[in-house]
Design a binder for this molecule. Structure first.
Ligand code: ADE
Length: 230
């Protein structure tokens, strides 16, 4: 089985590389792809750099060049839901692009013709994640993750995204990875640990909690690799 594990920033994949220690580095498309064997799984790890375009490019490469049959994303997000706090884990049930706007032509926010607003994550991977959370006695929340090419640090904008998309958390890559995976028929799972509340102090909190929340997410993804392999 070939599985891709992807993050957006180096901090998001460092806990995984630290754990595996031995890997090959393959250069492709101005990026590095870390390949290794874990039990029976051929794992390719990469970080895309921030944003939807970078993430779509990396997800496409992980699937088309490295043959990923499943894609797991690990990283951090801003909380929209008041019940999500720094360090909490949220798995995407569905993902939307909050910055996609051709409403002037009568379309809803997040929609372009011949596409859809919400992409659903793979049910089987979500089920595995819920089982792991139960076994490890961890709380894994799930809901809608909103993606856009903006770091949200404003209460009004955050509230608009919550109301418009019923979103629980916000980040800058998930939905583009979801669109690529769905189009290419690859099951995907997007996990985020909360780094900030997308409010006025989000920039400060993000810097403070990027590393610790990245590790919380990466550790969970490692447990998923064990379970998927069984
Ligand atoms: N990733 C983590 N926090 C974020 C925020 N507040 N906005 C967008 N992406 C994020």
């Amino acid at each position: 089985m070939k599985i891709a594990v992807m993050g957006a920033m180096i901090e998001e994949i460092t806990p995984l590389l630290d754990k595996f220690k031995e890997y090959k580095v393959v250069e492709f498309a101005q990026n590095q792809f870390y390949t290794l064997k874990y039990k029976n799984i051929d794992v390719t790890i990469a970080y895309s750099k921030i944003g939807k375009v970078n993430a779509a490019l990396t997800a496409s490469i992980l699937i088309n060049r490295f043959g990923a049959e499943k894609l797991l994303f690990s990283g951090v997000a801003g909380a929209i839901d008041k019940n999500l706090h720094i360090g909490d884990l949220i798995a995407a049930e569905g993902l939307v692009q909050h910055d996609l706007d051709i409403t002037v032509f009568g379309h809803p926010y997040g929609f372009v013709p011949e596409s859809k607003i919400l992409i659903k994550a793979d049910e089987k991977l979500l089920k595995i994640a819920r089982e792991i959370a139960k076994t490890l006695n961890l709380t894994l929340k799930s809901g809608i993750i909103a993606t856009g090419d903006q770091f949200i640090c404003n209460g009004l904008k955050k509230e608009w995204i919550r109301k418009t998309f019923n979103a629980n958390a916000i980040e800058m890559e998930g939905a583009s990875v979801a669109f690529v995976c769905e189009a290419l028929g690859v099951p995907f799972f997007i996990l985020r640990a909360i780094s900030d509340a997308a409010d006025a102090k989000a920039g400060f909190d993000f810097d403070e909690f990027l590393q610790s929340s990245s590790k919380i997410s990466a550790d969970f993804i490692l447990s998923m690799l064990d379970k998927i392999e069984e």
